[in-house]
Design a protein around this ligand. Structure first.
Ligand SMILES: Cc1cc2nc3c(=O)[nH]c(=O)nc-3n(C[C@H](O)[C@H](O)[C@H](O)COP(=O)(O)O)c2cc1C
Length: 365
């Protein structure tokens, strides 16, 4: 009997054929060169993930502006100088007939001067960096327009470098999310206040990207379905955001949630999948779910019950990049499990610049 019939079924979005339903979600690895260009280590990492058989690979959050990179060794795409490295990355990663795209972001207040090379922080409102060491400059209307254009230019660069699709990062408390959230957006102009005004930055970015890349390009969005914070937006709001995003031409919706402590707890409990299922009822475009999914049996279950169209498996593929191939071949027993230690996050996010490590995978490049 064929196993994983749902997982194995290809999905077509516009002209893009995704050979199976497993997605490697975006990860900042911290492996880029200090100037944000692609390194050999990064190419080796994505190659190993790709060879493992995931159908859709999303290169981690990539900065659309010089002050937009959130982490040490963050990939950047704010000028044409980044194109040659990205060209190599896309070409060499697409080893298995799979599709490889890139996530675009700006982290707003969620960075520090060491990571940005001392550039001033920007945000929708004059927010304080979490450790109170810096305050953000409140973006002017002209600066907001320039950033919307920066996203559109970055999308065009990514496609010209060979990306199969674009994912806009509107989750996890970064700049677009800072506009969406009433906790971080205190503006009283057209970009703040009502739900519609708070969504304006995201919607304008989507519109400008579409104008610059054309109708055929596949462009999706990752959003947080719930902030898990008192006074923050929740699932009922994000359902509305998703309808607007789909109306703006988003070709897929990737449902995550805020990555604060509560969010991480919820992620481990599988709550994110339930939120993806709720959002799937609201939109016609494919929905990706994510969060604590560790094996293809669970992915098959999610797909067969119709909770999502694609299933992202992140840390478990870092622990064992060959998880998909091994499962397809009936060799589940050989899989090295992710143990939820979150060491990948602590090693990526410290400021020593050594990049992501995994306690379960000594072969990470
Ligand atoms: C080290 C690390 C880096 C991450 N980088 C990104 C990122 O660049 N963009 C993003 O949207 N999510 C990022 N995430 C979240 C993952 O994409 C994913 O949603 C999360 O790990 C939950 O999925 P999992 O339980 O399958 O790992 C990151 C997570 C970790 C641990």
């Amino acid at each position: 009997m064929d196993r994983y019939n749902f997982v194995r079924k290809p999905l077509t979005i516009k002209n893009l054929v995704i050979p199976n339903r497993i997605v490697f979600p975006p990860f900042v690895t911290g492996y880029s060169n200090p100037d944000g260009t692609i390194s050999e280590r990064q190419i080796a990492f994505y190659k190993s993930i790709s060879k493992g058989g995931a159908g859709m690979i999303i290169v981690g959050a990539t900065a659309v502006a010089p002050e937009g990179g959130g982490w040490m060794g963050n990939t950047a795409i704010y000028s044409d100088d980044f194109i040659p490295g990205l060209k190599r990355l896309f070409k060499e990663t697409r080893t298995e007939n799979n599709v490889v795209g890139i996530q675009l972001y700006h982290c707003g207040i969620l960075t520090n001067s060491k990571r940005t090379g001392g550039l001033p922080l920007v945000a929708p409102s004059p927010l304080e960096y979490p450790d109170k060491s810096a305050k953000a400059h409140e973006l002017t209307l002209e600066e907001i327009k320039n950033l919307e254009t920066a996203f559109a230019e970055a999308a065009q660069r990514a496609l010209s470098a060979g990306a199969d699709f674009i994912e806009i990062h509107a989750a996890h408390g970064y700049l677009i999310d800072q506009f969406l959230s009433p906790l971080t957006n205190n503006r009283s102009d057209a970009y703040g206040g009502s739900l519609e005004n708070r969504a304006r930055f995201a919607l304008n970015i989507m519109e400008k990207i579409r104008q610059s890349v054309g109708e055929d390009a596949v462009v999706g969005v990752r959003l947080g379905a719930d902030e898990f914070l008192p006074g923050g937006y929740s699932l009922s709001d994000s359902k509305i955001f998703c309808k607007w995003f789909a109306d703006k031409g988003m070709d897929f919706i990737h449902v995550s949630a805020r990555m604060n402590e509560k969010g991480v707890t919820e992620m481990f409990s599988g709550t994110f999948v339930k939120m993806a299922a709720a959002i799937k009822k609201e939109v016609k475009v494919p929905v990706i779910c994510v969060g604590g999914i560790k094996n293809l049996d669970r992915a098959e279950e999610i797909l067969s019950e119709g909770s999502a169209d694609l299933v992202a498996i992140g840390r478990a593929l870092i622990a064992d990049p060959d998880l998909v191939k091994k499962s397809f071949a009936g060799n589940k027993g050989d899989i090295v499990d992710c143990v939820d230690c979150f060491g990948c996050f602590t090693t990526m996010s410290d400021d020593n610049g050594n990049g992501m490590e995994c306690t379960q995978n000594a072969d990470l490049p």
